[in-house]
Design a protein around this ligand. Structure first.
Ligand SMILES: *Cc1c(COP(=O)(O)O)cnc(C)c1O
Length: 369
């Protein structure tokens, strides 16, 4: 017999332990709603909620401020809903006024989908104000908060969010293989009344309600993703040990301020992609290359200088002009931001676009505080 392996030879994860982790997630979201921990990456509850809440005859307002919004629109159309896409340029955020106008133009809207913060494009949307408008209209409000949870305030109950989906892999520095959603009473009613809502399916949230929540959370419907559940618990414990959510959010706010200020001082044609600081997400800072510098090439050079920096080029067509500084989770530190600026400065200089690394580091350090 080999030695017991720390990842393999674990006692079973009990229903009580599972329920306790759920309660921790509910506390994280300050929610009284039902929290379902979904046994897969966040795309699972994101898709499950749309397939449960939308149906032929639905009209959905789909707010697109980045690539995830485009995916949600495709799912909504696939469910037979009439979809109104409200597209906003990636360098800004949507406003409550924009949403109010769209709802007035489409009074039959019964579902609104929104991404809170976009790690892929670096913007964040004013959910509290939008929630007021959506609530006044009476539509169900679906929010992708995967990139905002842990990085900035997220209050689904206070903001009137009916379906709030989170994952642990961004600001929380946790596992990617489980996710969670808080579900309002209104949302459960909508799901139950939808004959097309997934049932006896891995996408089904109603299954979890019937087989887990409504039976008092006594027996798990199937074997849980044990390692991921333990990792989720561990990342919440680590957050608490650091001082809790306020400390984690402050670290992300500082990383954003430092990255924006540092990039502005760096020169070399690099500038914050999101114009207004208020529209920029604390989870990740996106930068725009100018003067013909290809962002993918710049990032490749920066990573060759320092492979440890949390840099990536934008996805798809954005790879030509967008650099992402993914300063989230364990990378929400002054060191990671400074190293990113240093590597970008070296890469820009190498590409014939002289950059002032000393000025960038001085600005970043000042802005962190
Ligand atoms: C990261 C993220 C997700 C999760 O998707 P991945 O493709 O696994 O990274 C979902 N929504 C948003 C807004 C995200 O930033």
């Amino acid at each position: 017999m080999n030695h017991p392996h720390p990842l393999l030879d674990l006692p079973p994860l009990t229903a009580d332990r599972f329920a306790a982790i759920e309660r921790r997630v509910a506390a994280l979201l300050a929610t009284e709603q039902d929290v379902v921990i979904t046994q897969g990456e966040a795309l699972l509850p994101l898709e499950g909620c749309i397939r449960s809440g939308a149906r032929p005859g639905s009209t959905a307002l789909n707010i697109v401020t980045g690539p995830y919004g485009q995916t949600f629109g495709d799912w909504l159309r696939d469910c037979g809903a009439t979809v109104i896409d409200l597209e906003v340029p990636f360098h800004t955020a949507v406003t409550a006024k924009d949403v109010e106008r769209a709802l007035a133009a489409h009074p039959g809207t019964d579902f609104v989908s929104l991404v809170h913060a976009e790690a892929a494009t670096g913007n964040t949307n004013p959910v509290a104000e939008i929630g007021e408008v959506v609530r006044a209209h009476g539509a169900l409000f679906y929010l992708d908060a995967v990139a905002s949870v842990g990085a900035e305030p997220l209050l689904p109950d206070a903001w009137g969010v009916d379906l709030c989906v989170i994952g642990a892999q961004k600001a929380l520095g946790g596992p990617a293989g489980v996710s969670a959603v808080s579900v309002s009473g209104r949302a459960w009613e909508r799901f139950a009344a939808n004959p097309k809502a997934p049932r006896r399916s891995y996408l089904s949230l109603l299954d979890w309600k019937e087989r887990w929540i409504d039976t008092g959370r006594r027996a798990l419907p199937h074997a849980p993703a044990q390692l991921e559940m333990l990792a989720l618990e561990a990342c919440l414990e680590r957050m608490d040990a650091e001082g809790g959510l306020p400390v984690l959010m402050a670290r992300h706010a500082s990383a954003k301020a430092a990255a924006r200020a540092g990039a502005a001082a760096l020169g070399g044609g690099l500038e914050p992609y999101v114009y207004e600081a208020a529209d920029a997400a604390p989870v990740a800072t996106t930068l725009r290359t100018t003067g013909g510098v290809d962002a993918a090439e710049l990032v490749a050079k920066a990573l060759a200088v320092d492979p440890s920096v949390p840099l990536a080029a934008g996805g798809g067509a954005l790879a030509r002009e967008m650099v992402r500084v993914n300063h989230y989770g364990p990378a929400a530190t002054p060191e990671a931001v400074r190293a990113s600026l240093t590597a970008l400065g070296a890469a820009l200089t190498d590409l014939g676009r002289p950059a002032d690394v000393d000025a960038a580091l001085a600005s970043a350090t000042a802005a962190w505080a």
